[in-house]
Design a protein around this ligand. Structure first.
Ligand SMILES: Cc1cc2nc3c(=O)[nH]c(=O)nc-3n(C[C@H](O)[C@H](O)[C@H](O)COP(=O)(O)OP(=O)(O)OC[C@H]3O[C@@H](n4cnc5c(N)ncnc54)[C@H](O)[C@@H]3O)c2cc1C
Length: 405
């Protein structure tokens, strides 16, 4: 929390100030605006463009989109659909998760650039006169008065601005500035892997969909993006520096060992600037709120990339926050227990999926990355009675989240 020492060139009053225009913030902005609540959404960047930030829309999100009448229009945007995640290893192929068996109108993962999704939702929200999106707003201070958060200060067009709000929501992602300003420290766990992301062209004769390959201590996940492959190359935690020393040519060779079809295009990985490195972490805040301030999405809990659930859970947080907080915000006053209720409803599902990710990291990924051990697919994953649990958990969490109105 900080005292103002700047010249403020503009002050705005709103009911809910949301910091961060990622999936959590943009969806929350739309859902509150639909309820007639005055919302100001502050986003650091000038646009939503981002590479390798997760481009997956899960069935639960599609159902929420259907609830607000946007699913059909969303599916008109260019996208691909992944119905299964197949894992190819030396002991055969297995459908690790099969979404096509789920009882939903959307039994697949929709793969759609996140920037397009955010643009779509923000454009929809901008139809409401009570929704105000400010791009290029770098929030740097929290306004606190009498122990209550009353809004934020940001550096934006022309200098410093203030947004005063009944409620402020920190949806500013895994490196949350808001969390730091509030003095909140997440509880972290350290997953056993890191990920390198890159893209390679996809040819018409290639396979399609979502698949994984494991061999000789290496593991890769391939996402079919129509004209290119989005590749997640998993490595043991801390191995990136060693790999860089070994050189890009070594990486190309390892890649071709794992995916021989890429022998005709691995040369397109010219240097390390083609590779985006993600240090994998998983964390959650012990407390998601303070008087006048609530955290949602990655700011409240960073998910491991296992099963790509970060967007899904961020949007589910936004839906629950809307369900719980719409009436207090319309009324013009909140109680601390309203904010606590959002955490109460979302913390348990978050802990369950993080536990599931930890299990997958230990039982599948750490084994796959162990060069001294022949990788075998864990037997429990092949039991018919258990095989529907992972897709259901990934697609919906422990129970589907729905919008109350
Ligand atoms: C490399 C990578 C790959 C991933 N792949 C997947 C995947 O396949 N599927 C999946 O579901 N998830 C994936 N994720 C995770 C997913 O991107 C996040 O879980 C999700 O975006 C979280 O949404 P959010 O809205 O909480 O935060 P974010 O998407 O991080 O959005 C936060 C926003 O806040 C803004 N911001 C930050 N600081 C400030 C500030 N001071 N002032 C104003 N605005 C600010 C940022 O610019 C950003 O737009 C991946 C993440 C990474 C890093």
């Amino acid at each position: 929390m900080t005292n103002n020492t700047h010249e403020i060139i503009g002050v705005q009053q709103t009911t809910c100030c949301i910091v961060g225009g990622g999936p959590a913030g943009v969806v929350l902005g739309l859902l509150l605006a639909r309820q007639g609540i005055s919302v100001t959404l502050l986003e650091l960047h000038q646009d939503f463009d981002r590479d390798f930030r997760g481009d997956t829309i899960h069935p639960s999100v599609m159902e929420i989109m259907a609830q607000i009448g946007l699913a059909d229009r969303l599916l008109e945007l260019p996208h691909s659909k992944a119905r299964t995640l197949k894992l190819n290893s030396t002991n055969g192929d297995i459908a690790l998760t099969d979404f096509s068996r789920l009882k939903t109108a959307y039994p697949y993962i929709t793969i759609l650039p996140q920037a397009k999704f955010l643009d779509f939702i923000a454009t929809e929200a901008q139809q409401y006169p009570n929704f105000n999106l400010i791009m290029g707003a770098n929030v740097q201070e929290i306004i606190e008065e009498d122990g209550v958060v009353r809004g934020v200060r940001y550096r934006g067009h022309g200098g410093w601005h203030e947004v005063r709000a009944l409620l402020t929501v920190g949806a500013d992602g895994r490196f949350s500035r808001m969390r730091q300003l509030a003095g909140f420290e997440p509880i972290k766990t350290s997953p056993p892997m890191d990920v390198m992301w890159f893209r390679l062209p996809r040819k018409s004769e290639d396979t399609s969909g979502l698949s994984g390959r494991v061999s000789n201590g290496k593991m890769i996940v391939l996402l079919d993006r129509s004209d290119f492959w989005q590749v997640a190359y998993m490595i043991s935690k801390g191995a990136f520096a060693q790999l860089r020393t070994a050189g890009i040519d070594f990486l190309r060779k390892s890649l071709v060992e794992l995916v021989p079809e890429f022998s005709d295009r691995s040369h397109l990985l010219e240097d390390w600037s083609n590779i985006a490195f993600l240090s994998v972490e998983s964390s959650r805040l012990p407390k998601w709120y303070l008087p006048g301030l609530l955290f949602i999405g990655d700011a409240a809990h960073v998910m491991s990339p296992v099963a790509g659930v970060g967007i899904n859970y961020a949007i589910q947080d936004a839906v629950v926050a809307t369900n719980v907080l719409s009436e207090p915000l319309k009324r013009g006053s909140w109680h601390l227990w309203d904010l606590a209720e959002v955490q109460r409803q979302r913390e348990f599902p978050t802990r369950v999926i993080q536990w599931f990710q930890e299990l997958a990291q230990k039982r599948i990924i750490a084994r796959a990355l162990n060069q001294n051990q022949q990788f075998t697919i864990p037997a429990f994953l092949q039991l018919p009675v258990l095989r529907d649990i992972p897709p259901r958990l990934i697609a919906f969490g422990i129970s589907p989240v729905r919008l109350n109105s």
